[in-house]
Structures are given as C-alpha cells and as structure tokens.
Design a protein around this ligand. Sequence first.
Ligand SMILES: O=C(O)CC1=CCC(=O)O1
Length: 265
Amino acid sequence: MSEQVKVHSAVKVHSVAEGPADGPVVVFSGSLGSDHRMWDPQVKPLVEKGFRVIRYDTRGHGASPVPPGPYTLADLGGDLLALLGEHGVERAHVVGLSLGGMTAMWLGVNAPDRIEKLVLCCTSAKLGPPSMWADRAKTVRENGTGSVAEAGVGRWVTAGYATAYPERTGYLREMIANVPAEGYAASCQAIEQMDLVGDLPKIAARTLVIAGAEDPATPVEHAEVIAGGVPDARLEVVEGAAHLGSFEQPERFTALILDHLEAAR
Ligand SMILES: O=C(O)CC1=CCC(=O)O1
C-alpha cells in the first residue's frame, strides 16, 4: 500500500469463503443495498474452475458491523485489505459491482501490490450529483431502507425481468429493505464524496469493465470513462442488464469474468 494511505478504522466484515484453499483468490464486493448473496450465481462456476471465492458484506450491510457514518472509500478499501489479511491472502483478483467496483478502483489506486486483476461491473468513478446522495442518506436515516427498496430494485433489474421473475425481484427488494439504515446512509455518503476520475491512470491492474446496456444508475457512459482512463482496460456491454447485471444476466457476466481471470495475462 502506498505510504500516504492511512487506514484507521478497518472493521472485520462478515465473509464467506468457498473453493479450494490453494486456488487463486477472487474477492467479490457488492452494491449499495446488497449483501454477499448478490453473488450467488457466480460462486459455483468459479469454484468449479478452481478459484477460491471470497464474498463479504460491506460494512453497514448484511451481517457486518455497522459503525456510525459517514463512511469513505478508504474505509471500505481498508476493510477489504483487512479481509485479505484475515484470510492470509497476499494478492487477489477483485470483482466489484457499483459501490464494490468503486472499492475495487480505490484498491487499484492505493494498494496495487495486493491486486491481481480487476473486474469493474456497473460502476462509476464519479457518481453525482452529491446532493442526491446526501438526500438519499437523509431519507434513509429518517424513514429506513424499506422506503428506498422499491425504487432501488427498479434500478437493479429491468422491468421485463421484474415481470418475468416476481419472486426473485421480491428477494432483491427484501435484500435492500434489510440493510441497516445507518449502514446504507453512511455508504451513500461515501459515494457522495467519491471522485476517482483523476486517479484512473494510476490503476496498473489488467481491468475488465462491464456495463449493463439498460443500467439507469451507472449508465454505459460511466463505464466508458473508466475504460478510457485505466491504461490496461477493456469494456464489455451486456444487453438485457440493468444495474445488478451479474444477477439479471448471470451467465454472460460470469463468462466474461472467467475469461478475464483465466486469460494468460
Ligand atoms: O442508485 C442505486 O441504488 C444504485 C447504486 C449506486 C451505487 C451503488 O452501489 O448502487
């Protein structure tokens, strides 16, 4: 990690590790409002290919601790570094979606020695306007995550998916509604403060950027900024995917992730 980066407040996040203990490690970092189950579709295919898959709940989400906010990306990145330490992992591939992708980019900039390859799904290097995140944090602190769950799932999956798969869509809505209000709000504040655009050229890791063609939260143009800024990056756009593309189009996302991680360099 670079000398300048100080991580004061890492928390021990809840994690699940699957696959061979000696396999190459892939850490999955999730979206605002999710927990580690959002990556369920990716686990079996990666484990079958010999990867050690570590998923976790971002601080303030799922079964992880909920320290009072605001959080910063440095906090979230520090938690992931502490997670690597807990699992005895020197270097890992990191796959992140949305807030998880922001955390992955932060690591690519600030802890390049701990990162193998990056996969940045449905994410952004600067997601404004800041007032929207401040407003959402306030709403959630006042009214709970249930008050934003319906709108949230409307960004996560396409209308066609919601109609075709009401039970799965309800499962995702519940996932959002179950996030502790302070954890969700404090994470909004991390996004409010985030601006990684100028740092993208510092990311040395070989990077795959994946966008959902129908993502209303982090549209394809945001992925183009990332792929244009990271020196060794390429972009794939997946049709029929909104924001939680890895869940809505699991076969396509998983195939792209595997191709990238298994490529010779
Ligand atoms: O607006 C949303 O809920 C989508 C989103 C933006 C950042 C993130 O992690 O999720």
